[in-house]
Design a protein around this ligand. Structure first.
Ligand SMILES: Cc1cc2nc3c(=O)[nH]c(=O)nc-3n(C[C@H](O)[C@H](O)[C@H](O)COP(=O)(O)O)c2cc1C
Length: 341
C-alpha cells in the first residue's frame, strides 16, 4: 500500500508541476455547494472553516477538483485556498471567501499578519551636545539601527510645539517643563496598541531623567504586560534615573536589558555593530501565524501524514466522502483506503 501513498503523493506533486498553464478558475456557490470551473489541469483546494469567533476549526484538502466536477460543500465564511496552475509550494494562490448570497468572491489576503513589535522613540534634532547641529537626533540614529535588524512599526513622539534648534533655548524650556511637572503634548496617536507584544522605547537623557514628553506618552498608553526594551543616548551620564522611572510608569512591563550609548558615538559603525549584537541577545516575541501560514502548515501536515502513513492524522483531515482511485482503476472509500495502509 506504500505504493498507493507514493502514487497519491506523486499525483499531487504532478498537479502542482504540470498545472502551469491554466486560465483563471471561476466559481459559483449555490446553497452550500461551491463549484469551481476552468481548472483545466486540475488543481488543489484547501478549505479552511472557522468557528463563530474566527478561530480556525478545520482544514480539508480537496485534490480532485477539476472542470466543475467534485463540487465542494462549503459554509458561509469558509476560506478556500485554491492552487490552480502554479508550480510552487508557496501560498501564492487565489483565496476565496464563501459569501452569503450565492457568491464566492476571490479576495486579496494581506501577505502577512500585522506587526507585533512597536518602536516608540523621542529624539531632538538641532544644536546638540558635542555633535554640532544635526538633522537627525542621536536617539533617532540608534532607532534606525534597531529597525535595520527588527521588523517593527514605528511611532516617533513629535512634540506639538517643537523644541528649539538652539541648545540653550532648549535647556531653558526643558527646565521650565520639569519645574512645572508639565506634560508636553505630541502629534498623532497609536491605533492598535493591543497588537503589540513588545515595545522598544527610545529617548535622550535630559537632566538625568526622562524628558517630560515621555511621561505624556507613557501615561496615555498602557504598556502593561508587554516586553519593554529601553534604549537611550546621553552626554556622559548613562541611564540616569530613567530605568526606574520607566518601571514606575509601566509597573507590569516585562523589561529586558536595554542599550545606552553616548550621543557622540551614535554615528559610528562600531555602534551600529554593537546595536546588532545587543539585539541578537534578545528573544523578541514571534509574530502570530497568518491564516495563510496556518493553512499551508495544515497542508504540509497532510502531505507528511501521507508519507509517514500516519493514519490518525489522515483520518482527521481527509473528508469522509472522499474516494481514492488507484492507477489500476480500483476505487476505494476513505476507510477502505486507510484500512489498507
Ligand atoms: C535639555 C537637555 C538636557 C540634557 N541632560 C543631560 C544629562 O543630564 N546627562 C547627559 O549625559 N546628557 C544630557 N543631555 C545630552 C543628551 O542626553 C544627549 O546629547 C543625547 O544624545 C541627545 O539625544 P537626541 O539627539 O536623541 O535628542 C541633555 C541634553 C539636553 C538637550
Amino acid at each position: 500500500m506504500k505504493k498507493l501513498f507514493i502514487s497519491l503523493c506523486l499525483t499531487i506533486t504532478a498537479i502542482f508541476v504540470f498545472a502551469a498553464c491554466c486560465s483563471a478558475a471561476s466559481m459559483s456557490y449555490d446553497n452550500g455547494t461551491l463549484t469551481i470551473e476552468n481548472m483545466s489541469n486540475g488543481g488543489l483546494v484547501v478549505q479552511a472553516s472557522y468557528d463563530e469567533n474566527g478561530a480556525l476549526e478545520s482544514v480539508k484538502l480537496h485534490d480532485d477538483v477539476r472542470n466543475g466536477e467534485n463540487a465542494i460543500t462549503a459554509n458561509e465564511g469558509d476560506r478556500l485556498f485554491l492552487w490552480d496552475g502554479v508550480n510552487s509550494m508557496k501560498p501564492e494562490c487565489t483565496v476565496i471567501v464563501v459569501g452569503s448570497v450565492n457568491t464566492a468572491e476571490p479576495v486579496t489576503e494581506p501577505k502577512s499578519d500585522t506587526n507585533n513589535i512597536l518602536m516608540v522613540y523621542f529624539s531632538r534634532a538641532g544644536e546638540n551636545w558635542q555633535v554640532g547641529t544635526i538633522d537627525k537626533g542621536n536617539t533617532a540614529e540608534i532607532a534606525d539601527y534597531i529597525l535595520e535588524n527588527a521588523d517593527a512599526d514605528v511611532f516617533e513622539i513629535k512634540a506639538t510645539d517643537p523644541y528649539p534648534v538652539s541648545y540653550n533655548e532648549t535647556l531653558t524650556r526643558v527646565n521650565r517643563e520639569r519645574d512645572n511637572n508639565e506634560r508636553p503634548s505630541f502629534e498623532g496617536k497609536i491605533e492598535n496598541l493591543d497588537q503589540y507584544d513588545a515595545v522598544f522605547i527610545g529617548y535622550p537623557i535630559w537632566y538625568g531623567g526622562l524628558p517630560m514628553i515621555m511621561y505624556t506618552f507613557l501615561e496615555e498608553y498602557d504598556l502593561s504586560d508587554k516586553m519593554i526594551i529601553p534604549f537611550s543616548t546621553h552626554g556622559g551620564s548613562g541611564w540616569g534615573s530613567t530605568k526606574s522611572e520607566l518601571k514606575t510608569l509601566i509597573p507590569n512591563g516585562k523589561f529586558v536589558d536595554g542599550y545606552s550609548i553616548a550621543g557622540t558615538e551614535a554615528r559610528k559603525d562600531t555602534t551600529k555593530e554593537a546595536v546588532k549584537k545587543w539585539l541578537e541577545g534578545i528573544e523578541l516575541p514571534k509574530k502570530a501565524a497568518s491564516q495563510e501560514d496556518m493553512v499551508l502548515a495544515a497542508y504540509n501536515t497532510i502531505q507528511q501524514a501521507m508519507v509517514d502513513a500516519d493514519i490518525p492524522t489522515l483520518r482527521r483531515v481527509i473528508k469522509d466522502d472522499k474516494t481514492f482511485t488507484h492507477i489500476s482503476g480500483m476505487v476505494q472509500t476513505k476507510e477502505e483506503y486507510l484500512a489498507d495502509i
